[in-house]
Structures are given as C-alpha cells and as structure tokens.
Design a protein around this ligand. Structure first.
Ligand code: ZN
Length: 369
C-alpha cells in the first residue's frame, strides 16, 4: 500500500440532518445514522489489484489501513445456474469466516471501534451477527456481549460459547432482545440494525459482483433488518456514481410470513426464518426507498416455500440455513407469478451456513418428508 489515506467521513442523520463524528449508531432524534463518505477517481483506479480479499476494496470504504481488523475475509464465489429461463447467480456468502455475510459489516464496524479505542461492545442478534462480532472481536481482545433470544438454535449458541462471547439469553422475541440489549450498560451498543458502519461494510458485496459478472438485472435479498439490501444498494449507487455500473439492478425484498415490514401483511407466521424475524426494522423507510427508486418489489414467502427452496438448494450443493433459502424461495415465487422479465440475470445471495444449526436443519428437512 502506498501511504495512508486521510480518512474523512461524517455520520449524518437522514431525518433531521444533524452531523456527528466518532463512533455512534443513532441520532439524538432516534434515527439510525448513515455514513457520508466520498472518494475521488474511478473504480478501476481505486481497487487494489494485488489482493483477492477485502483489502482489494479498502480505498472505497471509510477505513484506515492501520485500523483494519486482523481477520480478512475473501471474495466469495458465484455459481451460475440456468433456472426457469433465467440466469441465477448464487453468491456464496455463507463461505465467509464466520459463516455468514455479516462479516462484511463486522469488518468495517470493528475498524471504526478500533479507531475510537472502544473495548467493550454490546450486540443483539439472532445468532449470525453475534457470531461474526464474537469471531472478529476475539482476535482484537474485545469483550463482546451478545444478547440472543432464548430460542436461538443450539448450534449457534455453542459457537458463541466457543468464541468466548458473553452470552445473555433473553426471554421473548427478537424485538424484546433488541430492547434489552439497548439498555445494557456493559459496553458500547453496536447493533447492526442501526450501526451505519456495518451498513457501509456490506457494500463490498456489490463491488465483488460488479467485478465478477458486471451488470445484473435484479438483486433478491432476504429482508429483516434490511442491512443486506441497503448495504448492497449503497454499493451499487457508489458504482454508478463512479461511472462503473451502467444501470442499477432492481432491488427485490423477500420477507417471511408474519414479518412483513415492507410487504403487504399476511395472516400466517413463519417459524423457520429466525434470521429475519423482525417486525419493525428501524431503517424501514430507507428499505422502501431503495426498492421504489430501483423499480423493485417485495414478496412474502411461506414456511412451505422456504422448506422447498432449502431442499432444492441442498440438492445443488448449497448447505445453507433456512433463512438463506428465503431469497431463493422469493425467486421461485416471482417466476410463478411471471414477475421477472424474460432471461433475467438475477443475483441471489446465500447468506448463512447451515453448518451452524445442523440440529434445526435436520429437523426441518425431515419434517418435509
Ligand atoms: Zn436526527
């Protein structure tokens, strides 16, 4: 690397316009903040070609080299399949070090925490984000307090223990877990529903996709808190502004029955998609805006849809968790409804590994038979 870049960014409230610096996740008015960060030059000039991991994109992110976490994550592969006349591009983010796409957000959040010298952190999670923070935090000597719902799959709890996280089980659902974590005095709250740095870190997914396959027609994401959809949307916007991407993909949100924060509500409740069982995501307005600005849409899927998609993904060799099957279930539904243009080039991220919750996976797939 040739010298340190001077890092200039601001944390801005999209609602009232207040501006902050340092590490902070929320505005005084209660709104999640966003990182305002601009780079000069072209995408091709800014990438560091000598790296095939996250370091390739460091100059496109609000991060300084001296604060990058010790654990690097790789560029994840894409597997292309022709399905129902469309080109489906599966992005294997479950192959990340901690087994989920969350590592992208954690990496950048950790660098911001290192810059501020913060040692004790608090996060609420359905499992994956907690595991990711616990893994990256453990190598930085951070004390990581993870608040999870009591009914979190045993496999995820075991990994958190293994990584030395301080686990706090919360009686109640994901929203109650969030409430309890926010009131914790054990460390700085870094929850990914709010954390603007986490969102910024997700942008690398878009950068990778652009380099791997160029323009795509649609990006189909499971949406709970919306960090994946919003982070990739920001990444695609940046690529467009840098003159790399020719057209924005339509952003399509897929939600599970009963947890439709942006889709029309259904009367049933999903019990499978624990990773996106979030009723009131704080960035709901931003999610809606990203969908409408790109001409996207939202679909809601049932547990039956998720199970079938999961079994089909396994038959293609993708050992993912049920929540990860939500995006593919959404794709299948869009095909049934003839809602996709002919021969669409569609990106379906596979977000979380099934290896972390084999107990649940075996149960779900046995039930199907
Ligand atoms: Zn504000």
């Amino acid at each position: 690397m040739d010298g340190e870049k001077a890092l200039e960014y601001a944390l801005k409230c999209p609602r009232c316009g207040r501006v902050y610096s340092g590490f902070r996740v929320m505005c005084e008015c209660g709104t999640p903040l966003t990182v305002e960060f601009h780079v000069e030059g072209s995408f091709e000039d800014l990438i560091q070609n000598n790296y095939l991991d996250v370091r390739r994109y460091l100059r496109l992110l609000p991060v300084e080299d001296k604060y990058t976490p010790r654990i690097m994550y790789p560029i994840t592969p894409i597997i292309e399949r022709k399905i129902s006349g469309h080109v489906v591009l599966f992005k294997l983010d479950y192959l990340m070090p901690s087994g989920s796409f969350k590592d992208r957000g954690t990496f950048l959040a950790l660098s911001a925490l290192k810059r501020e010298g913060i040692r004790n952190i608090v996060i609420d999670s359905s499992g994956n984000a907690g595991i990711s923070f616990a893994l990256y935090g453990s190598t930085e000597g951070l004390e990581v307090h993870v608040y999870i719902p009591e009914n979190t799959p045993e496999g995820k709890k075991s990994i958190l223990k293994l990584l030395g996280a301080r686990i706090h089980l919360v009686k109640g659902d994901r929203n109650e877990t969030h409430r309890v974590a926010r009131e914790s005095s054990l460390g700085v709250y870094v929850g990914h529903w709010y954390n603007p740095f986490f969102l910024e870190g997700i942008k690398t997914l878009s950068f990778e996709v652009y380099e791997q396959v160029g323009d795509i027609d649609s990006f189909i994401a499971p949406v709970g808190s919306g960090t994946l959809l919003l982070g990739t949307y920001k990444g695609f916007c940046m690529l467009r502004d840098l003159g790399a991407l020719e057209r924005m993909p339509t952003m399509i949100a897929v939600q599970a029955h009963g947890y439709e924060s942006v889709c029309p509500k259904s009367s049933k409740m999903s019990s499978l998609a624990d990773g996106i069982a979030i009723k009131n995501p704080p960035r709901r307005d931003e999610i809606k805006a990203a969908i409408s600005r790109t001409g996207g849409t939202c679909v809601s899927v049932s547990d039956y849809d998720i199970k079938s998609a999961l079994a089909e993904l396994m038959s293609m060799g993708f050992l993912v968790e049920p929540t990860s099957a939500v995006a593919y279930a959404g794709f299948k539904k869009l095909v049934r409804d003839e809602a996709l243009e002919e021969k669409s080039k569609v990106l379906v991220p596979l977000t979380g590994s099934g290896m972390k919750l084999l107990d649940k996976l075996i149960r779900v797939l046995r039930e199907k038979k």
